[in-house]
Write a protein of this length. Structure first.
Length: 300
C-alpha cells in the first residue's frame, strides 16, 4: 500500500484543452494515498487552457513557461521530461489533457510496480465516447521479444515510471535533442527506451482510467472506419516503417536483425519479417495488420 509520503510528479501536456482539461486535472488532484504535483507544458494554445488551470489556484500545479511551439504532443512531453527536476519525487507519471483518472490510479500503479519489482507501469484503459459508448481497450497481452521496436506498451497516459528510469530518459533526451525531434509518439519511444535498456515493464490488466475519444484526439484507439483509413495512410506511405527505424536507431538497436531488415526492406527481408510478426506485436489483430503492411510496397 502506498501512503501520503510517496511523491509523484505528474507531467501534463496541453494544447487547446479548455473543453476537458479542468475535469482531467481535478481527477489528478483527487488521487488517493499519494503526494503529487502537476507540471503543465502548454503548446501555445489559442484558447484559455492555462488561464483555466491557473484559476484552480492550487499550489500543486506548476505551469511551465513556453516561448515557442513544440508542434506535437510527443515533443511537448519530451520538453516536460527534459525540463522538470525529478530529484524530489519517487515516481513520474504521464497525463493527457482530456481523460479521467480513477481515484486510485496512481496508488494502484505504484502498488503493482512494487509487487512486480518493475521499473515502469502501464495498463488497459476504458475508452469512452460522447454518445455514451464505453469499451475496454486491452493492452496487457504478453510482451514479445521485439515488440518495443514496433509499438507502445499502451496509452502513455497510463505510464508511471520510477525515478531512476525517468532520470535516465531525461538525460538521453537532453543529450539527443536534435535526433529525437523526428519521433512522433512519446509513449512508444519511452517503452522502447526502457526495454532496450533492460528496464522491467509491467502491463496491467486492470483499467486505471477513462480514455476519452473525440475528434481532436491526436492518436486514439483506432476505432472505426475513419481511424482505420488514417492508420492505413500512415503505414502505407512509409511513416510507420520510418518511425520503427528511427526509434530502433535511437535506442541502440540499429544492428538488431529486425531493424536491419526494415531498413533494407528487400523482398527477402520482407518475407523474413512476415514470418516473424509474432515477435513484433503483442495482439493477434496487430500482428495481422503488420503482416499485410509488410506485403505492401513502401515509400522511403
Amino acid at each position: 500500500m502506498t501512503n501520503n509520503s510517496t511523491k509523484v510528479c505528474v507531467l501534463l501536456a496541453t494544447y487547446n484543452g479548455t473543453k476537458w482539461c479542468l475535469d482531467q486535472v481535478k481527477s489528478i488532484l483527487n488521487q488517493e494515498d499519494v503526494n503529487l504535483e502537476v507540471f503543465v507544458s502548454d503548446d501555445l494554445s489559442s484558447d484559455s487552457t492555462t488561464d483555466l488551470l491557473a484559476l484552480l489556484n492550487d499550489s500543486r500545479i506548476h505551469i511551465l513557461a513556453s516561448s515557442y511551439k513544440f508542434g506535437s504532443a510527443c515533443q511537448n512531453f519530451f520538453r516536460l521530461v527534459r525540463d522538470v527536476d525529478f530529484s524530489e519525487y519517487d515516481y513520474i507519471a504521464f497525463a493527457d489533457q482530456d481523460d479521467l483518472w480513477n481515484p486510485n490510479k496512481l496508488s494502484y500503479s505504484i502498488e503493482q510496480l512494487n509487487a512486480h519489482c518493475a521499473d515502469a507501469f502501464s495498463s488497459n484503459v476504458t475508452a469512452f465516447w460522447p454518445d455514451g459508448r464505453a469499451r475496454l481497450i486491452v493492452k496487457d497481452q504478453p510482451q514479445r521479444e521485439w515488440d518495443f521496436l514496433f509499438e507502445s506498451a499502451g496509452p502513455g497516459c497510463t505510464f508511471v515510471l520510477t525515478k531512476k528510469l525517468a532520470c535516465n530518459l531525461a538525460n538521453f533526451l537532453h543529450n539527443n535533442y536534435e535526433k529525437t525531434k523526428g519521433v512522433a509518439l512519446h509513449d512508444w519511444f519511452t517503452y522502447a527506451f526502457a526495454r532496450s535498456n533492460s528496464y522491467s515493464w509491467w502491463i496491467d490488466s486492470q483499467p486505471t482510467m477513462m480514455y476519452r475519444q473525440h475528434e481532436s484526439n491526436e492518436f486514439g484507439v483506432n476505432s472505426g472506419v475513419t481511424a482505420a483509413l488514417s492508420r492505413f495512410r500512415k503505414t502505407s506511405n512509409g511513416w510507420y516503417r520510418n518511425q520503427v527505424i528511427l526509434i530502433g536507431d535511437l535506442v541502440g538497436a540499429e544492428d538488431s536483425w529486425p531493424i536491419k531488415r526494415m531498413r533494407r526492406f528487400s523482398l527477402l527481408d520482407r518475407m523474413l519479417l512476415l514470418f516473424n510478426v509474432f515477435a513484433f506485436r503483442r495482439s493477434f489483430r496487430d500482428r495481422i495488420a503488420l503482416f499485410f503492411l509488410l506485403l505492401l510496397p513502401q515509400k522511403k
